[in-house]
Design a protein around this ligand. Sequence first.
Ligand SMILES: [Zn+2]
Length: 195
Amino acid sequence: MKIKLNLSDKPYPRRCAECNEIAVQPATVSYDASIKHDGKVHDFSIDRLPVDQCGKCHEVYMTNESSRKKSRALCEHLGLVHADDIRRKLSELGLSQRCLASHLRVAEETVSRWVNGLSVPSKSLSVLMQLYFNLPEVRQALSSDSALQAEHTEMMRRSITIDMSMPSARSAFPLREFPEATLRRQREFELNPAV
Ligand SMILES: [Zn+2]
């Protein structure tokens, strides 16, 4: 089934872009989804997909609710963590989206898109997130490692006076490639300056 995206947020009934009648109302359809995710196309059915549909010509339009329902169905089909899970777990653990983003090493925007059902995490990030949510040790490890990262960024900031906003400076000093051993020495020195 070919579904058009309806961007209108006018009250119902809305004008149909196909037949021009003011006859578009909320409806549910059974939908054969074909969704590309992680470089593969996945085919599955959604029993009752909420959509907008024209009462005259029966043209179907996708709404934001349809998109959310589709990404939820995809998550269930592929065993991925979905928006509701992430929201519930963050609230249970008292964690912010920013915190989760930092611990998983993804952009805050990425987490925001997951939470709002606008995109779904990859299989590998889903596995990591399940471990993160369910095992305190994993949360501990990922958060202390990001604390280390922050410390290292601060150290770089102090020792390098080059403007890091310059693209050439960023490529000359990729922060992530700072050697682990140097970081450890720095930490030991801070803990025990006499060594
Ligand atoms: Zn129509």
